[in-house]
Design a protein around this ligand. Structure first.
Ligand code: SF4
Length: 212
C-alpha cells in the first residue's frame, strides 16, 4: 500500500476510534490481518463461548478457523444437523460471550450500519451476546450515516445477493431498487450509534480490504 495512504488511514482510524469511544464502544487499529487476529485473540479469553453472523471479514483474518480449532465453545449454525438444531444454535448465540461480525459500513465518527435478511446478525449486535467484536476493513469507512446506508444497499447488498444467487433487483443491476422481493436481504437495517453497556461493542479496524 502507498505510504501516503497508510498515513491517511492511520490518521482517519484515530478519528474513528475517538468516535467509537465517545459512543461507549472500544476501537483498535491494526495495520494487517495478522495484527487484527492477534488483537482479537487477546480480547477473547480462552474458554469463552463464541458465535458469529455471516461475515467475510471475520473469515479473511482467520479468526473463525482459529477459534474453531482453539479452546473455546463455538456455536456454529453451519454445522447444525437439521432446522431444529440450527434454531437451537441460533438461540444459543444470543447468550454467548463473544459474537463475531463485521459491519456493512462505518462512519468517520464511529456509527455502524448493518442490513440483514434473517436478522440474526443485527439482533445479536443490538442485544444478547455479552460482547460483540467487529472486524472492519478500512474499505468500509464512509463520511456519514447517509453514505453508510448507501454503501450497505448499493455496494454490500448487491454483491451479497449475487454471492447467494438471490433473485433481487440489486443482484441483476448492481444497485438498490428498494425492493420487496421475497429474497430481499434488507428486511432489517440496524444503525449502531451508542452502546448502553460500556465496551460491549469492540471494533478492530484493519488497514486492508476486507469483505464487501
Ligand atoms: S432492498 Fe432489495 S434491491 Fe435494495 S439492496 Fe436490498 S435486496 Fe437489493
Amino acid at each position: 500500500m502507498d505510504q501516503n495512504r497508510i498515513k491517511r488511514n492511520k490518521l482517519l482510524s484515530e478519528r474513528i476510534i475517538k468516535g467509537l469511544e465517545s459512543r461507549n464502544m472500544e476501537g483498535y487499529y491494526a495495520e494487517t490481518k495478522e495484527e487484527a487476529l492477534a488483537k482479537a485473540l487477546e480480547w477473547i479469553p480462552e474458554g469463552s463461548s463464541i458465535s458469529w453472523g455471516g461475515s467475510m471479514s471475520v473469515n479473511e483474518i482467520g479468526l473463525k478457523n482459529t477459534v474453531c480449532e482453539g479452546n473455546y465453545t463455538v456455536y456454529n449454525r453451519d454445522t447444525a444437523q437439521g432446522p431444529e438444531e440450527k434454531r437451537k444454535m441460533e438461540l444459543a448465540a444470543y447468550d454467548c460471550d463473544y459474537f463475531l461480525t463485521s459491519a456493512n459500513a462505518i462512519t468517520e465518527d464511529g456509527v455502524m450500519v448493518n442490513i440483514d435478511g434473517m436478522a440474526n446478525r443485527v439482533s445479536a449486535i443490538a442485544a444478547g451476546p455479552r460482547n460483540v467484536l467487529m472486524i472492519i476493513g478500512m474499505n468500509k469507512v464512509v463520511k456519514d450515516v447517509d453514505n453508510a446506508m448507501s454503501r450497505a444497499r448499493n455496494e454490500a447488498a448487491p454483491i451479497n445477493a449475487q454471492r447467494f444467487g438471490l433473485d433481487t433487483p440489486c443482484a441483476k443491476t448492481g444497485s438498490c431498487f428498494d425492493c420487496k422481493s421475497p429474497d430481499t436481504i434488507c428486511c432489517q437495517i440496524l444503525i449502531t450509534r451508542f452502546s448502553k453497556k460500556p465496551k460491549r461493542i469492540k471494533v478492530i479496524l484493519v488497514n486492508e480490504e476486507l469483505g464487501f
